[in-house]
Design a protein around this ligand. Structure first.
Ligand SMILES: *Cc1c(COP(=O)(O)O)cnc(C)c1O
Length: 379
């Protein structure tokens, strides 16, 4: 049996044609007409005014920190329950991450903990330079609450929507809630350019400056002249062509991910000890990955038993992100809360969620999961 991956790339004919068109035009890299078109079409898709296509989501996060003037000695509040890249970006500019735990409504940053932390920061007379809010596994954080709190303290938000393209919060697209929004087109995301990212904002001056910094901060002159330190962070024209094709399929991809989630939920949702990632009432998740939590006492097997049983059948599943406050590299960071994401990490598993999964694959997967219960059953 060929291996079933967690979330492999899903390419169509459109991507292939656009890529070949870019190739044949000899407009290989960097930049070119597909990059401009990808940015335009991306803006239209998520309803923001300005965007810049970059080499990765991590590059977008790094630039966002620079654009907000975050530097050594500053603090930035960040969701603890995330992929490491979010917090790494804070350290790239020499600032200190402060980690905020999740709530169990959406697994995203708990607005109450954010408020408590900001109040403490204000009392100490040192507010953070920014808050990076992550939209985890395809579901938005609670932006009405989070925006109100951050507005009150006048701290700008960067929305890490790397996992959440195509989702909405109260009808408004993910990625449009902060001062800037960040997306990723890494290979396992809902759409991919093999590697890539996008930084978006309503503020055109910010995005112009991001574009400048991302192209080695080259001044307008016939020779190469530089007045500040820049980066090589732009997306290539070839990859933007792939991105344009992927973007056209986004609605279908979201629909299929949601279908896969519903399949798992109807097949496993009634089994004692198996729970699904909570469905926050305020939004529409893109269901990037279907996540379950497993209570081993109730179910009769642990999430690791399930993971190994799937692996034995050449099926990839993965524990949910290990929270950043539990990571050796960030163990000295201040953390607000921590128990909620720690518990999700103990019990959480991401099931194969690729949009190319066949019904037969899905049936096999749920049978293997159900089988774990029987194998480990002790009355
Ligand atoms: C994937 C991801 C990123 C990083 O994106 P890259 O394109 O891989 O650099 C950042 N944040 C989150 C939450 C992600 O899932």
């Amino acid at each position: 049996m060929p291996r079933i991956y967690l979330s492999p790339p899903h390419m169509g004919n459109m991507e292939r044609e656009l890529l070949l068109e870019a190739f044949d035009s000899n407009w290989i890299a960097p930049l070119g007409p597909h990059v401009d078109a990808f940015e335009r079409e991306f803006c239209k898709t998520i309803g923001v005014s300005h965007s810049v296509a970059l080499s990765s989501g991590t590059a977008a996060l790094h630039l966002a920190m620079i654009l907000l003037g975050v530097s050594a000695g500053d603090e930035v509040l960040v969701s603890s329950f995330t992929f490491v890249s979010t917090v790494n970006a804070v350290t790239y500019v020499g600032a200190t991450p402060v980690l905020i735990d999740s709530d169990d409504i959406s697994w995203n940053m708990d607005p109450m903990l954010l408020k408590e932390e900001l109040e403490d920061c204000a009392r100490r007379g040192k507010l953070p330079k920014a808050v990076i809010v992550v939209d985890l596994y395809g579901q938005c954080a609670d932006y009405d609450s989070i925006n109100a709190i951050c507005d009150h303290f006048k701290v700008p938000i960067v929305e890490d929507a790397a996992e959440t393209l195509g989702a909405t919060y109260k009808g408004r697209p993910a990625g449009s809630f902060g001062k800037m929004g960040v997306f990723s087109f890494n290979g396992n995301k809902i759409i991919t350019t093999s590697g890539g990212g996008m930084l978006v904002s309503e503020d055109g001056a910010l995005i112009d400056r991001a574009r400048h910094l991302a192209t080695q901060a080259r001044d307008p002159a016939p020779h190469y002249q530089h007045s500040e330190i820049g980066f090589n962070y732009r997306m290539s024209n070839l990859l933007a062509a792939v991105g344009r094709g992927q973007l056209r399929a986004l609605d279908q991809r979201v629909a299929r991910r949601r279908e896969i989630f519903e399949f798992y939920r109807s097949a496993l949702g009634n089994i004692p000890g198996i729970y699904f990632i909570p469905d926050a009432p305020y939004g529409n998740s893109n269901r990037w990955l279907t996540c379950i939590t497993v209570d081993p006492d109730e179910f009769g097997a642990s999430r690791e038993d399930i993971r190994l049983a799937l692996e034995a059948e050449n099926i990839e599943s993965r524990p949910v992100w290990k929270p950043m406050h539990l990571q050796p590299v960030f163990s000295r960071c201040r953390v607000r809360g921590g128990e909620v994401s720690a518990e999700i990490f103990e019990k959480g598993l991401c099931l194969p969620s690729g949009t190319d999964l066949k019904e037969a694959d899905l049936i096999r997967i749920v049978e293997i999961v159900r089988g774990c219960k029987l194998k480990n059953y002790s009355p």
